[in-house]
Design a protein around this ligand. Sequence first.
Ligand SMILES: Nc1ncnc2c1ncn2[C@@H]1O[C@H](COP(=O)(O)OP(=O)(O)O)[C@@H](O)[C@H]1O
Ligand SMILES: [Mg+2]
Length: 271
Amino acid sequence: MSRFEGTDRYIATNDLKVAVNAAVALERPLLIKGEPGTGKTVLAYEIAKAFDAPLITWHVKSTTKAHNGLYEYDAVSRLRDSQLGDERVHDVRNYLKKGKLWEAFTAPVRPVLLIDEIDKADIEFPNDLLQELDRMEFYVQETDETIRAEVRPIVIITSNNEKELPDAFLRRCFFHYIRFPDAETLSSIVDVHFPGIKPRLVSEALKTFYEIRDTPGLKKKPSTSELLDDSADLLGCPSDAMNDPRVISLGRVVGQFEGVTLVSVPKSKIR
Ligand SMILES: Nc1ncnc2c1ncn2[C@@H]1O[C@H](COP(=O)(O)OP(=O)(O)O)[C@@H](O)[C@H]1O
Ligand SMILES: [Mg+2]
């Protein structure tokens, strides 16, 4: 397959498909921004599936540094082995722990490299990766060799927009913002996850869901994942469940209904 068209488990809007295919064709990293739960991480999984490519995931944390993606040299183990007279000590390669970029650059087939939640790390992180992502190569001092990608991996970078990214980094990426889905898209998303769900329940649930999202002063708006959790709970419900006064509330729920628990936005999230 040479184009990304969405999959039977992932609803991709047209502009998202265009962005993915353009980034792949131009061999530029694709930077995907959007609020949590808009399908950024899952998108990388689906792209990998669509292109039949292995997925290499680098999950970024606040302490992650760019060099973690290249390799780490374990000097402590080497020292210990030398004290124990271990033969391994003579080859420095035994002490180089490959990072995700090394893995991606040397993968036997073109992989998808997901750099997930890049905005978790500090501001130097994206800048420090510029060169490696541009050239798709880096130098290993300990062995005096250059690790170079024969084929450029498909690079997907996600950001929840918690921090601004540096301009120099943005210039090198193909950028796409996943807007929060409209009701029609969201209903298709629920449908791919729960094909058997009753349409009337979905439309009622969506109505309540958007009302809650529009409530002023929410500390955190409910996301697609939370709607999907609710939808799972709705699966066993009779179609008229939403009309039951015991079921509807300002939160998404509501307690027990005929043995089915519907979940709600905790009141604590409403200021
Ligand atoms: N367009 C979509 N099609 C299918 N499922 C989606 C879509 N967008 C979000 N989801 C679902 O919502 C949940 C959250 O997605 P995720 O990729 O973790 O979000 P993010 O990484 O943006 O926080 C997952 O269960 C995912 O399957
Ligand atoms: Mg994610």
